[in-house]
Design a protein around this ligand. Structure first.
Ligand code: ADP
Ligand code: MG
Length: 730
């Protein structure tokens, strides 16, 4: 075995688990101790100020300076008691990771003295010099400033010695440069639109929160082995590697017992997450070897998004302490399942009702049907945008690859609800009230929904957007994604749909129809017009691709094709009319997505070229030379008949190697030439498309031959840790 591989493997095998004890065996003793939450605020503020802050948070009002100062001084007092020395605005630029710039609390005074200072202005706003963060052309260099501004709806928290304050990040001209700004706006519009519709059913509803429960999949790889793979270090995925003799076919990892070292890592991570108030409740093995999942209890969407970002940061930090590296890439290993991030989404009212859960009375069930059908209609009308929300270079490997849903958006609701909707369509009349008897019968059936859902166990794992009893589960999102991308889309399109619904129902009521009749008539209309998006069958089958095409649903196979839909005319208007994003902001986001895609594929292409030319080919040729030497030696000692007979196998090996060496060499050269040509293009869209259509196909071609060479070349020489070593060693 090549020395580098041997050393890495030896290091990995000799590691003992790093065991860390929880501060107490009761999580309730330390849950949230590093969070400046409502309770802590109450302890550090006067009653009056505290109630004003609470109102601001709950009603989304703007905060005045005096209050900001009080909050800042309370935060400082609390943080300093916990040995905190620095603070940072914590934000989510469009790079996909989180960003921070730490400042110390202390400020110099005259005469060699300092004081600790942190006031309202430092809490409210900062101006990080972030001129190299992506902005999609929004920030010209002459106005390169960007501001971060406090988001009071997500509590500050402590990591190490730093107080982290969740913030939005906007340009000097007020345009969003981050994930959080449009999310907060989308959550606000869906709140207003949903409250207006809830008024048909319950006058006490005055606030609707979107809820999000994510499920985070990831791989754990030993740090020494990770470091010995330049592709993992630079791209997060293996660009070469033959599938091992044993892959995931035995399914023995899924839900199996968690290996000791991985378990120790999870325990420490969970302790740290609990201190940060992230309600991680579930951990288990996933389908592939070394693949795992974390899931928390669902929370209000903005907080859930922050918690997921924070979790991804913490996973990386803690994994390093355990001599692991976390892979959040959507497809780190070819032919082995990739990782996704399911987003479970629903809407919940201030009165404690989950609007996507059937209720106990016909009235509450009509409300449930209203939100169910409006969501389906919203997805139907905006399926392309929903597809665009998960279009990234990494996720391109999963969608349509028989492990994640296909690149076609559809909605699954289950047999029983399908039946219910069919009944609604057949019983309700167009523009006419139902008779008392008809209404009673329909209501009776609607009233039965909870029972039928209770034993509705059919769950379609192949659907990208599935109703799962009391929420929708969006399953096509990539494991490294910021959930905001999908959450902005789903909450915006549902908000717009609910606004339309309200208008349509009110128009019918104005013609003299009763409220219930008007609601039923409009729901029937929507059920019919959105029927095409509903699909109950096998989403992984080829038949569905054909069927979806007939139905006119989009099938956007590549990320650049989907990114185009991020800023279609319909989407530009949708966001602008809702006040979520201006045309300029939407277009900037699209440009950033194209650029990110191009950059990632370009880096992969460079890594492939480098590994092929500097690692794989030299090693292969060295091995081939040994074979040649062997043949020459045989020639020296054998007569020509024996030689011919005994050297034929080596000759075949030599030729076989040459065949693949030639392919790798030629394809790599061609790929590099294409890359150079494409890099000169100006248009981000054209560039991304050419990287996808022209550069990317070389990856598979080169990989195929490199993986064949891996099987031919002496294991002792092979320079890269193999899949067997990466996937089956802890
Ligand atoms: P799985 O999809 O793995 O079978 P479950 O169906 O048990 O898992 O639930 C998955 C996730 O759904 C959990 O993380 C949970 O927090 C989330 N969830 C449950 N109810 C809601 C809700 N009303 N809104 C958002 N997420 C929810
Ligand atoms: Mg799930």
């Amino acid at each position: 075995m090549a020395t580098i591989r041997f050393k890495a493997l030896e290091a990995s095998m000799s590691r003992t688990p790093r065991l860390v004890d929880a501060p107490s065996h009761k999580v309730s003793d330390y849950y949230g101790i590093n969070v400046f939450d409502k309770k802590v605020m109450g302890e550090y503020m006067s009653k009056d100020i505290h109630s004003q802050v609470m109102q601001t948070i709950e009603k989304g009002k703007t905060i005045d300076r005096k209050i900001t100062n009080s909050v800042a001084s309370a935060m400082k007092a609390w943080a300093m008691e916990k040995q905190v020395t620095h603070y940072t605005h914590w934000f989510q630029p469009l790079t996909g990771t989180t960003a921070e710039k730490h400042d110390a609390f202390f400020e110099p005074l005259d005469d060699n003295e300092v004081i600790e200072r942190f006031d309202g202005s430092q809490l409210a706003q900062q101006e990080p010099d972030a001129s190299s963060l992506p902005n999609g052309g929004i920030r010209n260099t002459f106005e390169a400033r960007g501001y971060t501004a406090w988001d009071p709806s997500s509590p500050a928290f402590i990591i190490g010695n730093t107080l982290c304050i969740p913030t939005i990040y906007i340009s000097y001209t007020g345009e969003a440069l981050d994930y959080k700004t449009p999310l907060l706006k989308a959550l606000n519009v869906v709140d207003k639109a949903a409250v207006a519709v809830c008024q048909y059913f319950d006058k006490n509803v005055n606030k609707v929160n979107a809820t999000l429960g994510w499920e985070q999949e990831y791989f754990l790889v030993d740090k020494a082995l990770f470091t010995a793979r330049p592709d993992l270090v630079l791209t997060g995925r293996t660009v070469f590697g033959h599938i091992p003799a044993k892959g995931q076919e035995l399914d023995d990892h899924y839900f199996g017992s968690i290996p000791e070292r991985a378990h120790a890592y999870m325990v420490e991570l969970e302790i740290e997450c609990m201190k940060l108030g992230i309600p991680l409740k579930t951990r288990h093995n996933e389908v592939a070897p070394n693949q795992y999942e974390f899931a928390p209890v669902f929370e209000e969407a903005n907080l859930a998004v922050d918690h997921n970002q924070l979790l991804m940061d913490m996973m990386d930090k803690i994994a390093r302490k355990h001599n692991f590296r976390v892979l959040l890439h959507e497809k780190p290993f070819a032919n082995i399942n990739g990782s996704g991030k399911h987003n479970n989404w629903s809407l919940s009212t201030n009165t404690g009702v989950n609007l996507l859960a059937p209720g106990k009375t016909p009235k509450s069930n009509l409300q449930f049907l209203t939100f169910l059908i409006n969501t389906i209609k919203a997805v139907h009308d905006n399926e392309r945008l929903l597809r665009a929300s998960m279009a990234t270079a990494g996720n391109e490997h999963r969608l349509g690859a028989n492990e994640a849903p296909p690149a076609i958006i559809s909605v699954f609701i289950g047999k029983e609800l399908t039946h219910m909707l069919d009944e609604l369509v057949s019983k309700v009349k167009d523009n006419k009230s139902l008779t008392a008897e008809e209404k009673t019968e329909l209501k009776l059936n609607i009233g039965k929904i909870p029972e039928i859902l209770l034993d509705n166990t059919d769950r379609n794992r192949t659907s990208p957007f599935a109703f799962t009893g009391n929420k929708f589960e969006f399953r096509a999102i990539g494991s490294s994604a910021n959930c905001s991308s999908a959450m902005v889309v789903i909450n915006s399109i549902v908000a717009k749909q609910l606004q339309e619904f309200k208008k349509d129902v009110d128009a019918l009521i104005a013609t003299g129809l009763k409220k219930d009749d008007a609601i039923l008539i409009i729901l029937k209309k929507y059920t019919i017009s959105s029927k095409n998006i509903r699909f109950e069958g096998n989403g992984y089958g080829d038949a569905w691709i054909e069927e979806a095409e007939k139905r006119g649903l989009s099938h956007l196979r590549t990320a650049p094709a989907a990114i185009e839909e991020m800023a279609s005319k319909q989407t530009l208007d949708l966001y602008e009319n809702l006040g979520v994003m201006s045309h300029r902001e939407t277009l900037a986001r699209q440009e950033i997505a194209y650029e990110l895609y191009t950059n990632l594929i370009r880096i992969e292409s460079r890594v492939i070229g480098d590994l092929a030319k500097n690692h794989i080919l030299p090693t292969t040729l060295r091995y081939q030379n040994e074979l040649i030497k062997n043949v020459q030696g045989l020639k020296d000692i054998l007569d020509s008949k024996d030689f011919k007979d005994l050297s034929s196998i080596q000759m075949d090996m030599i030729k076989g190697i040459s065949k693949h060496v030639k392919i790798v060499q030629e394809a790599t050269d061609k790929m590099i030439a294409e890359r150079k040509r494409i890099n000169k293009l100006e248009d981000p869209k054209q560039k991304a498309n050419e990287y996808s259509d022209i550069v990317k196909p070389f990856f598979d071609k080169i990989r195929y031959s490199v993986d064949k060479l891996e099987l031919m070349v002496d294991d002792e020489m092979w320079p890269l840790p193999k899949y067997r070593e990466l996937l089956f060693n802890h």
